[in-house]
Design a protein. Structure first.
Length: 269
């Protein structure tokens, strides 16, 4: 009777090598599929937000919030809270952990923000509103320390009934709870994952220039459409009524100063 033979060492090494080769081939595809799934989930979250903002405006004579209320973004969170129950829709699947180090409450890329007031200390999110959509009360000159000369009251959209609404961002990925972008704002010098101090009233485009989806973030526009936005495309969107979409950081502006190293390989707009 012949004895049953086992695998030789050479055969085992060959099998291991084949498995390692297959893993090397499959892992990039699996990682890509995982990222695409997170992007799809993020877009689904923002479609819900588009419906919520549409409902809010419909119930408020087509107007947005007046900007009053608690700090740390509660001026919009408190206004929108009656319209949803699941706090998870405030979080992009690519950014669900808030940054707890260094006394900061946020930073670039794949980190979420954390906010709190007398009602709550654990509200987190990774989307934020374009604060220029607000409808400040008559007689006010600004909101939350954003005052003239750089921040003008006539910049605010106030209503969702505007022309070319598909170019006006309402809500998008961000590392901070709100932002007032201006056309001359500079891009963040550091890539995602590098702690950077926030600078309220200065370069607030930094707050939403987050590389969440391979050179893109996702956003809701004033026609309630949802799509991906290139990180460089942010400078071409109509953030406020007098925003120049052909400014310094756009191809149409032709100045094209050098982008930070981490952004240079992404598409220009």
């Amino acid at each position: 009777m012949n004895k049953r033979k086992g695998f030789t060492l050479v055969e085992l090494l060959v099998v291991i090598a084949i498995i390692a080769l297959l893993m090397a081939i499959l892992m990039p595809a699996l990682n890509r599929a995982k990222r695409q799934a997170k992007t799809s989930a993020c877009l689904a979250n923002l479609r819900q937000w588009g419906l919520l903002f549409a409902m809010y405006c419909e119930e408020n004579d087509s107007k947005f919030f007046n900007g009053e209320g608690g700090g740390n973004g509660y001026w919009w969170m408190d206004a929108m809270r009656p319209y949803y129950k699941d706090d998870r829709i405030r979080l992009c699947p690519q950014a669900t952990t808030w940054y707890a180090g260094g006394g900061k409450i946020g930073l670039w890329g794949n980190w979420a923000w954390r906010s709190g007031n007398k009602y709550s200390t654990d509200d987190i999110g990774s989307y934020g509103p374009n604060a220029w959509v607000c409808n400040p009360k008559p007689g006010t000159t600004g909101m939350w320390s954003r005052n003239p000369p750089n921040y003008k009251i006539e910049y605010y959209w106030r209503t969702c009934n505007v022309q070319n609404a598909n170019s006006v961002p309402v809500f998008c990925g961000s590392y901070w709870v709100d932002f007032w972008p201006l056309q001359d704002d500079q891009p963040p010098l550091q890539p995602e994952g590098v702690p950077t101090p926030d600078r309220p009233g200065t370069n607030e485009m930094e707050r939403c220039c987050v590389d969440r989806h391979d050179g893109f973030l996702a956003g809701v526009f004033m026609d309630w459409s949802v799509r991906k936005i290139g990180v460089k495309e942010l400078w071409t969107l109509k953030w406020h009524r007098q925003y120049n979409t052909a400014g310094l950081w756009t191809k149409a502006g032709r100045a094209n100063p050098p982008w930070p190293q981490w952004m240079r390989h992404y598409k220009d707009y």
